[in-house]
Design a protein around this ligand. Structure first.
Ligand SMILES: Cc1cc2nc3c(=O)[nH]c(=O)nc-3n(C[C@H](O)[C@H](O)[C@H](O)COP(=O)(O)OP(=O)(O)OC[C@H]3O[C@@H](n4cnc5c(N)ncnc54)[C@H](O)[C@@H]3O)c2cc1C
Length: 494
């Protein structure tokens, strides 16, 4: 019997995951990607012997990757060389006060004791609750398609939900446990990945503290693109046909069904279509208005996670005092957050972070040199010009030189910036967002853009703008969830 044909649009983590899972379930899958290479926001950039990860650099939740590869009868260890970072990262509060966050849990408790005597007791309780939330979320929540509230009306899940602190803010929750301002900021930091202010993020997300402190920060030798290559391997093995330089322009609908997509003037017939490019782009640009789930007004009313300004920098000497990951918290967090979410504008005094992957990985910079990526989270859709970027480059450089006590700027041999305009041009990103939708309670689970088109029977969505949300692990899960839904519905030929 002829197999059902699926066209997946967009080869980021979500598209790769959906495509491979569907091919494994017996579908005939073509994955169409607009760029010259796959990986989406996680592409790599190679310049003069330096290899930069263009997007994600924090490898968290290693269990998700392990479970993903297990589905394809392989393991992370067979795919790439994963190392745990120790220290996990550094936090610069000032030149004199730098926290190196140990991977070892006992040392982490000691760090808390040093700054707030007695706090390790509260931390144990805090982490035990965070572990509970993580385990329940990973087993009962994140794999749900969230198509209906009924999915959550199960006694065990409701009971668990009561313990998940959905209606408290993580900010209050942390302050109920700790008083030292720096420790509070340390625990609020993972919320940066969730794209909302700590006082608007449910305390459910203290599970990210468990991911950070207990499960740890990891790194695949060779860079984050190794994950993409591994996912490409399993996808091809499962039978996916991956085509790059394919910008999908239209999804054709007939009698309530997606029948084909058009890319570069070629029509690809389909029994099922998965839009794994930015949800907003798939709906607003590839679908006629009458078939869209959401209006322009709906998108305008969404709270977006930030965009960012990045600099990929090659330095012709080794930099002292940096770890692989470095957070620069020598500026007020609240003001920066306000300037992202409440009064969108370029930050007056930004927090930023620096990844120096060459501290762990010799392959990403020539010998004796350093590979540096600087990143400032910024509001979506604000003005983005070379002059503004350069201004912030200088701000970051001055602070970096001051805080680490050395000259760096005059040793730069490679420098490339990346911000809002590039996100839009490269990924058709809504507002130039980097991290999708903010994880507020009103934009969680059934309140996120739904993974299924309500008017077109065989059109689905995957990626960081739908369930479960932004980040590499959730995007991978999103692809798995959508593949499961499609497999349930279209197992037999339609
Ligand atoms: C700078 C940055 C840092 C980050 N840091 C981290 C981190 O440290 N850890 C972490 O876990 N997460 C991080 N994230 C988030 C994570 O990278 C994303 O959540 C994830 O990569 C999103 O994957 P996706 O598949 O949903 O989307 P994408 O990666 O955007 O993939 C969508 C794909 O669709 C393609 N496409 C768009 N339009 C079309 C079209 N018309 N036709 C064909 N193809 C199309 C795009 O080119 C793209 O390849 C970071 C993101 C950014 C940007």
């Amino acid at each position: 019997m002829k197999k059902n044909k699926v066209i997946v649009i967009g080869a980021g983590f979500a598209g790769l995951s959906a495509a491979a899972s569907l091919a494994k379930s017996g579908f005939d899958v073509i994955l169409l990607e607009k760029n010259s290479c796959i990986g989406g926001r996680a592409r790599k950039l190679v310049i003069n012997g330096f290899t930069f990860d263009m997007g994600p650099s924090w490898y968290w939740m290693p269990d998700v990757f392990e479970n993903y590869f297990k589905e394809f009868n392989t393991t992370v260890a067979q795919q790439y060389d994963l190392v745990r970072l120790d220290p996990s990262y550094s936090v610069f509060f000032s030149k004199e006060e730098v926290f190196r966050i140990p991977a070892n849990l006992n040392e982490f408790y000691q760090l808390f004791e040093k700054h707030e005597p007695g706090s390790s007791v509260a931390l144990k309780k805090f982490l035990a609750d965070a572990e509970y939330k993580y385990n329940v979320s990973m087993s009962d929540f994140v794999h749900k398609p969230s198509l209906s509230i009924l999915e959550f009306l199960d006694f065990r899940i409701l009971n668990a939900a009561l313990r998940m602190d959905l209606f408290k803010s993580i900010s209050m929750y942390i302050k109920n446990h700790f008083t030292n301002q720096k420790l509070i900021q340390l625990l609020e930091f993972p919320v940066l990945f969730l794209g909302a202010k700590p006082n608007e993020t449910p305390a459910l997300y203290s599970m990210m503290n468990y991911a950070d402190i207990v499960l740890g920060t990891w790194y695949p030798q060779g860079g984050m693109y190794k994950i993409v290559e591994a996912m490409e391997n399993v996808a091809i093995k499962a039978g996916v046909k991956i085509r790059t330089h394919e910008t999908v322009q239209k999804i054709n609908i007939e009698n309530g069904k997606a029948v084909s997509v058009v890319s570069n003037g070629i029509t690809y017939e389909a029994d099922v279509v998965v839009g794994a490019a930015d949800y907003h782009h798939v709906e607003q640009n590839l679908l006629e208005e009458k078939y869209r789930n959401y209006s322009k007004e709906y998108w305008k009313s969404r709270k977006m996670a930030p965009s960012c300004l990045m600099y990929y920098i090659g330095v012709d000497k080794k930099i002292e005092g940096l770890e692989h990951h470095n957070l620069f918290f020598d500026a007020p967090f609240d003001l920066h957050a306000e300037e992202i979410y409440d009064r969108p504008q370029w930050p007056s005094n930004p927090l930023f972070y620096a990844t120096c992957a060459s501290k762990t990985d010799k392959s990403v910079a020539p010998e004796g040199k350093e590979n540096l990526v600087l990143l400032i989270p910024i509001a979506v859709d604000i003005e983005d010009t070379e002059t503004i970027r350069e201004k912030y480059f200088n701000i970051m450089m001055d602070r970096l030189e001051h805080l680490t006590g050395q000259s760096i700027k005059q040793h730069i041999t490679v420098k490339k910036s990346y911000a809002i305009k590039d996100f839009k041009a490269d990924y058709n990103s809504f507002g130039g967002n980097a991290y999708g939708l903010a994880n507020t309670l009103k934009q969680t689970a059934i309140f996120k853009p739904t993974l299924k088109n309500k008017k077109v029977n065989n059109l689905y969505y995957a990626g960081q703008l739908t369930v479960p949300g932004p980040g590499v692990p959730p995007s991978i899960i999103s692809g798995q969830v959508v593949a499961r839904e499609i497999t349930k519905k279209f197992k037999v030929r339609i």
